[in-house]
Design a protein around this ligand. Sequence first.
Ligand code: 5AD
Ligand code: SF4
Length: 419
Amino acid sequence: MNSLDSEHLMSELKTHKDYIQTDNISDADLIIINTCSVREKPVQKLFSELGSLNKVKKEGAKIGVCGCTASHLGKDIIKRAPYVDFVLGARNVSKIKDIVDIKGAVEVDLDYDESTYSFASNGHSIYKTSANISIGCDKECTYCIVPFTRGDEVSIPLELLVSQIQKSVESGVVEVMLLGQNVNNYGKRFSDGSTKSSFTHLLKEISKIDGLQRIRFTSPHPLHMDDEFIEEFATNPKICKSIHMPLQSGSTKVLKEMKRGYTKEWFLNRALKIKDLVPDVRISTDIIVGFPTESHEDFLDTMDVIEKVRFDQIFNFKYSPRPNTAALSLESIVSDEEASKRLEEVITLHKIHQEELLHQNIGKTMKVLFEELKPNSEISGFSDNYIQVYVKGSEELLGKILDVKITGATRTVLKGEII
Ligand code: 5AD
Ligand code: SF4
């Protein structure tokens, strides 16, 4: 989502303000840092990064801070780093073309609704595009700062999405990534109060776009993975068979304290149903270890779910206390040392699964969309179930979806031959 926000920032500045991109910081007239605030570390890094940018920037060049830390710290950023020219919150991206010329401007309005704003087209990849289907988040996960930086959830109107994706397809795009904090809560609220819709309905409508070959989405919430959704995921041939299922914790007790809305059993039931219906599915997840109330037993529940589901990819985090969140007031029973140990255990178990799962693909045939030239006359792309695959080949393969016979695997990617 942050990458797409960055692309929107760039395309708005290119289209409306004549900026062009440079890779050389000392050439830049404008430097923007797009920030995350989900954990504390990136927030700390922001100020050291700002300090070094201020030293290397060209005389008179502007610096802007955008994104979730901008929403969260607002004008305090300029207080701490007075050479920052403007601050633009994660829910105010469309205001970039106005704010860029106003020294000292701070736009962090959490109620601002840009759900019907048409961003200038970004064209980062000629084969793939991304589209926000909703902004903000209505959940209240007790560890999470996002609802305080991105505001309430508002869905983007279906017609707008379909016409935007259709336009991209007309210019050669074959794959779309639908983005939202909570994609499968789509359609619960539109800014004009129009009729309710659902994520499954949206998927069906987007699939009707001629020429669009692949649909991906992230992130769905395990709570909203009803049978209708799983059925559509399993049977719609345009929907890629890879899914992110953010577990967070395997303990029903901790899940309740996190206010996730589901139990260990519900999560397992959904994940195993998906695996059953879609044998080649690739499942990724997010896990937080060291939540303040996580006992050793709770942690073992998390390990148990990892063992039962065997995730293809795990993004694991040590709990980081965040301002405004409900969990901030909980006293922690987990030492930092214990949290690090748990993190290591998750990583070690996952590595075993990851390697086994990847090697099971050897000998299979996969459809790969080729996207990137690599050294040594290789070219890479992603399979339908989102594994990176390398083959020998050159430019004429770019943008094509071809059958590849898998001949080998490293720990994270596959090697193959076009058949
Ligand atoms: N501490 C650690 N990880 C967090 N995440 C969100 N908030 C926190 C926090 N306070 C993780 C969750 C989420 C992912 C994007 O970041 O796992 O799914
Ligand atoms: Fe944060 Fe929970 Fe919303 Fe995800 S669903 S963005 S974890 S509040």
